[in-house]
Structure formats: C-alpha cells, structure tokens
Design a protein around this ligand. Structure first.
Ligand SMILES: Nc1nc2c(ncn2[C@@H]2O[C@H](COP(=O)(O)OP(=O)(O)OP(=O)(O)O)[C@@H](O)[C@H]2O)c(=O)[nH]1
Ligand SMILES: [Mg+2]
Length: 208
C-alpha cells in the first residue's frame, strides 16, 4: 500500500470540499459551508492495479486563511488545483496556488491536475472560463514540469452531477505514481553512484 498525501487547492467557494465529499461517496450539498483552515480525509483506491491510500488535505481557499494554510502543504506529492468555470477570477488566481504549493511542500514541483469545476453551470452563465483557456494554461504549466519528468493534466468536473470526480483522482494518482517511482529510481542511481565513488576512494587510499 502506497500512501499519497495530496492537497485540494484553489480559491474559496470553487468546490474543493464538494469534490472531496463526492469522491468519498457522500453526495452533494448545495449549501456553502466554508472550510476553516483545512479538512482531512482518507480513502483507499487502486491505481493501475496498485493499492494506494490517499491522505487528502482539503485546504481553506478564503484569503483570511492564507497564513495558516502553509503548514498543510508539507510532504504533499500532488494536487487537484480547482477553479470555478463561472468565476474567471478563480481561474486567473491559479498561479498563486501553484506557487504556494511548490514553495511549501518541501519537494518543489509535484504533479498537478487542473480541475475546471461546476461545468453544470456553464450554460447558465455569460462570463465563463472556456475549455480552451483551461487547456492552454495546463500546457504552459506542463512546460515547467516536463523537465522534471512529468506532465500536468486538465479535466472538467461537476461535483453536483458527479461527472469526472473519480477520473480526476485517478488521473492525479497515476501521475503521482509515475513521479514517485521516477524519484525512487533517481535516488537509487545517486545512491549507487555515491557508493561507487566511496569504493573508488577506498581502493585509491589502499593503493597509495
Ligand atoms: N452547481 C454546482 N455547484 C457546486 C459545484 N461544486 C461545488 N458547488 C457549490 O459551490 C459552493 C462552494 O463549494 P465548496 O466545496 O464548499 O467550496 P470550497 O472550494 O471548499 O470553498 P472553501 O472551503 O471556502 O475554500 C457550495 O454551495 C457547493 O454546493 C458544482 O460542481 N456545481
Ligand atoms: Mg472547502
């Protein structure tokens, strides 16, 4: 069982808690009850046949929690970065969230799935964020992460109807697993390089 710490980030009211509740099989509540600080939940899942345990930290998006939020990022290996398609400001704020995550998690750049939520409301609203905007942003984000060996992905969800909620977690999980196994390999390689270097030093000192 691999334990994966993930965070749900994005502006207040975009639907992070609603997404988490859906994923936990708890249905959908129309009433907005803002998260204070952070909520924690766990769920076991399967990623390409491997068992994983998600430790989900659902962070408070409202600005008044900016200072307390930082501590919750530590050790996280991925994020669902959520915005509300009916609130362009929440889309334009996404870089702030990426910066907060990569600065505070202690691991730097980690996989992100960009989640365009509330697509059930797209038709009802005039000023919405288009799928194109979401994709272009995610491509730009991938340009930053590809040198680290992984891409970022874009997905459209509705916590209300439940569409793509499971898919968003699976997509993130798959990318984290790829990222984690790559990191393990890299650290194994550097460990064996170190060992080889130490060995060389030893034979060197014996000879002379
Ligand atoms: N129509 C619709 N409403 C949604 C959807 N997702 C969330 N909501 C509603 O949006 C409001 C805010 O949702 P939350 O999940 O509490 O938002 P949050 O991102 O956790 O907000 P903070 O905890 O303040 O950061 C609630 O009234 C939800 O019912 C969705 O996909 N469609
Ligand atoms: Mg919340």
């Amino acid at each position: 069982m691999t334990v994966l710490k993930i965070v749900l980030i994005g502006d207040g009211g975009v639907g992070k808690t609603a997404i988490r509740e859906r994923y936990l099989g708890k249905g959908f509540k129309a009433q907005y009850l803002l998260t204070i600080g952070a909520d924690f939940a766990m769920r076991d899942d399967t990623i390409r046949g491997d068992s994983v345990r998600y430790q989900i930290w659902d962070l408070a998006g409202q600005q008044r929690f900016d200072a307390v939020r930082e501590v919750y990022y530590k050790g996280s290996v991925g994020a669902l970065l959520v915005y509300d398609v009916t609130r362009p400001d929440s889309y334009f704020n996404t870089p702030k969230w990426i910066n907060e995550l990569w600065t505070n998690n202690g691991r730097g750049r980690v996989p992100i799935v960009v989640v365009a939520n509330k697509i059930d409301m797209r038709e009802l609203s005039d000023d919405t964020v288009s799928p194109e905007q979401g994709r272009v942003f995610t491509e730009r984000l991938t340009k930053l992460t590809r040198p680290e060996g992984f891409d970022c992905y874009y997905i459209e969800t509705s916590a209300k109807t439940g569409v793509n909620i499971q898919a968003a977690f699976t997509l993130l999980g798959e990318n984290i697993m790829r990222f984690v196994s790559r990191q393990r390999k890299t650290s194994r390689t550097s460990t064996s390089r170190l060992r080889a270097a130490a060995q060389q030093q030893r034979s060197h000192s014996r000879r002379y």
